[in-house]
Design a binder for this molecule. Sequence first.
Ligand code: SF4
Length: 365
Amino acid sequence: MKITFPHMGNVYFAAKALFDDLGVEYVIPPLTSKGSLEIGSLHSGEEICLPFKIMIGNYMQAIEQGADTVLITGSCGPCRFGEYCELQMNLLNNLGHNLDFIVIDSPGDIGVKELIRRLGKISTGSEYNRLQKFKALLNAVKVVNLIDEVEAKARYLAGFEANRGQCKKILIECKQEAIKCNSGKSMIEILNHYLDKLNQVPIDQRKEPIKIAIIGEIYTVIEPFSNLYIEDKLMDYGISTKRMLTPSWWLKNLVLSPMNMNQLDIKKKSKEYLPMMIGGHARECIGEAVLAYEEGFDGAIQIFPMGCMPEIVSKAILPKISKDKDFPIMTLVVDEMTGEAGYVTRIEAFVDLLERRKDNVLSRC
Ligand code: SF4
């Protein structure tokens, strides 16, 4: 068995740590690029959403390196994601690739026993004992939490750093060093080291940067290629950003959902505008917009793939939140045809608007 998985932000760090510690064979697909999207688009239905196409591109590139098993996460409510696994299996089968799929889903949907069975399947090729396998899993969880923490800190501090570009440099260096590690333990050490480095970044106390929350469809906000590296661009402008949806958030949500203890803040904040789960992460998007306003952010950017059903609903609700709270929210819809120039122009215009609003408020104080 040679496992692969689709890229989704920082997931590949945790996956590498897990597979290294388990001693199982794996393939990390090349980081998502135009090439992966082209391959995926070539084989997928035109109407299917962008994440599906990119994932197919990732699998095809991993198959070239010998992958025969795909590890993916399961459904996120009533939207196409629930069908991804079946559709992708059929598509790859029709292309002559007989891949096995391991789907990690919420214990609330598949039961704890089934979840454990599926997790066990990942380690069938491992020679290690149960305790070692459990430690490998714990290390992978630590890795995903740490890398997300490093990233969140770097992106937020970017607005306050005394030396422009320092946080971005540390973040890039951290990822380059972490991926070279051959065990979960060494990766954890590296990530802690870079977290310390970020804690020592000189801050300019006089700065009052623009703060933007990144909200929207989970895959598009997490996977940087699909959002045309928006967080990197905002970092370059000296803007602080915050994104709630991360792989570590997803994991925490998965663990807490059977007890109905997951995302209590989101449920509370979204209640007035979208009191129920409608699939995907639409409710999260609404709750995040309200939270961002209450936390003093200057605006929010919603990103989702063309045709994403749950996010189209949240897009229709966001103007109401924006009006009620006098809180600017911009929506960016992405697909394989999205041109970078127009995309950047819209981001810059939005940043401009936020800066002018902030200047007006400051001049009145
Ligand atoms: S949330 Fe949207 S983009 Fe994601 S699978 Fe569902 S419909 Fe597609």
